[in-house]
Design a protein around this ligand. Structure first.
Ligand SMILES: [Zn+2]
Length: 117
């Protein structure tokens, strides 16, 4: 009895897994995330960059290691459409475009992971 139930559970989990893998989850979240870059965000980002005019990436360290003018506001922890992370100023980093591009190209994830070379 119990054995039969377990087997049913297993097979339904398998079906569920197959179904889930069919959903384009990352694509959807990406799209929702893109929608967050609104006028309101631009204003907030501008204000943040006024307060932090120098790049805060680990290689520049706000002018202590290298002086580069920050032009983009980056999310330290990728928000992936999460509003709380998106608007959390402690999660923001002022970055020079060059540094930001290098970061996005070199890693996929947190700031803590140094790009592998
Ligand atoms: Zn930098």
């Amino acid at each position: 009895m119990a054995k039969a139930k377990l087997a049913t559970l297993k097979s339904s989990l398998k079906t569920l897994g197959n179904r889930l893998s069919l959903l384009p989850v990352s694509g959807r979240i990406e799209q929702r995330g893109q929608g967050l870059y609104t006028y309101r965000w631009k204003q907030a980002s501008k204000g943040f960059l006024r307060e932090h005019p120098l790049c805060q990436c680990p290689e520049c360290d706000e002018g202590r290691k290298r002086v580069r003018v920050a032009t983009v506001t980056d999310h330290q922890i990728p928000h992936r459409g999460d509003l709380r992370l998106f608007w959390d100023r402690t999660n923001w980093k002022a970055m020079a475009k060059e540094c930001h591009d290098a970061k996005t190209a070199g890693e996929d994830g947190g700031f803590g992971n140094a790009p592998k070379r």
